[in-house]
Design a protein around this ligand. Structure first.
Ligand code: ZN
Length: 322
């Protein structure tokens, strides 16, 4: 079963989280098999994004979806991981070019250093006209050097957007997508979980807190194989056996897709009558597959006509018309 563990370092301004997605990650991959699956390098990237998305959603108090997206300028044009407040999650990637064996992060999504990573917080109960919050970071470092590690990209995001020192270690294979997050906050103990930030003393300490640095350094010794194969208890014991760690009851991320016939209908509506009539004429029906879960939605001429007579709301598209 997939697990997300939260923990605190007693008396220190440091908290952590460890996620291991097993069944939920395997389900994401299984749903893609009908469409041929992912090249292994893309699968690794998407798994790391999904683990990171779960950690980032678990790290905030926010009633809405956290959407982690990479807009690539290489063979991977788009990769998306979306995590709801209850840690239900889904992910997909669009591969349009050839992925060479052993491709690095930059070879997948940042060939010309124009790839971007976006983090969107989309509130569940939006006020009229309210836009989701979105932060965007490049896939390069301070010297414009291409970053080859998604954890580093997101560490930059945390520092820029929230002034939080963060260590993020991610790994994925065909069975497990996992991540370890260590973060410095200026409030000790339980206050960390409540987000009670003392901003006056906070910014002064960026990159300087010795307790955070020691724990982040320990976290950095975690090897990919260990993160993928060891259970949470073993990992935390091995890394932090000299620290006083308080653990919390683990949460359980799960796979879920929010697509529906109604949403697909809204998406078709937004394409317009002419486009849909053209498809009906050509193929006799319109078939739409959800890119996240593989669900098939078919609209015959009667269904299609109804889309344009019974619509009153519009949703952003999340699927492709075939
Ligand atoms: Zn779906």
């Amino acid at each position: 079963m997939s697990e997300l563990h939260k923990f605190l370092f007693d008396g220190l301004p440091v908290r952590g989280m460890l996620v291991r997605l097993t069944d939920s990650w395997q389900e994401i991959l299984k749903r893609r098999q009908a469409a041929g699956g992912y090249p292994v390098e893309v699968m690794h990237l998407l798994g790391e994004m999904t683990a990171a998305g779960a950690l980032m959603q678990g790290n905030i108090k926010f009633n809405g979806a956290l959407i982690l997206q990479i807009f690539g300028d290489g063979p991977v044009k788009l990769a998306v991981a979306e995590v709801q407040p209850d840690l239900s999650l889904r992910a997909t990637a669009t591969v349009t070019g050839t992925v060479d064996a052993g491709s690095s992060l930059s070879q997948l999504v940042n060939v010309n250093n124009e790839g971007r990573c976006a983090i969107t917080l989309d509130p569940k109960d939006k006020l009229p006209g309210q836009q989701p919050y979105q932060g965007v970071v490049p896939l390069f470092g301070d010297q414009h050097e291409k970053l080859e590690n998604l954890g580093e990209v997101l560490e930059h995001y945390m520092l820029q957007s929230e002034q939080l020192d963060t260590k993020l270690i991610l790994a994925a294979d065909g069975n497990v997508a996992a991540g370890l997050l260590i973060q410095r906050l200026p409030v000790k103990g339980l206050g960390n979980l409540e987000g009670q930030i003392d901003w006056d003393t906070h910014e002064d300490q960026i990159g300087l807190n010795e307790d955070y640095k020691r724990i982040a350094l320990l976290a950095g010794t975690l090897k990919r194989e260990e993160l993928l194969t060891l259970d949470a208890d073993t990992i935390l014991r091995r890394l932090f056996w000299e620290e006083q760690v308080t653990r919390f009851e683990p949460l359980t991320p799960s796979f879920a897709c929010s697509c529906s016939r109604e949403r697909v209908g809204n998406m078709l509506h937004s394409l317009g009558t002419a486009e849909i009539e053209g498809l009906i004429e050509e193929r006799g029906q319109v078939a739409v597959a959800c890119e996240f879960c593989g669900a098939q939605y078919e609209f015959d001429p009667v269904d299609a006509a109804q889309i344009f007579t019974h619509q009153n709301s519009r949703q952003p598209p999340t699927a492709t018309v075939h």
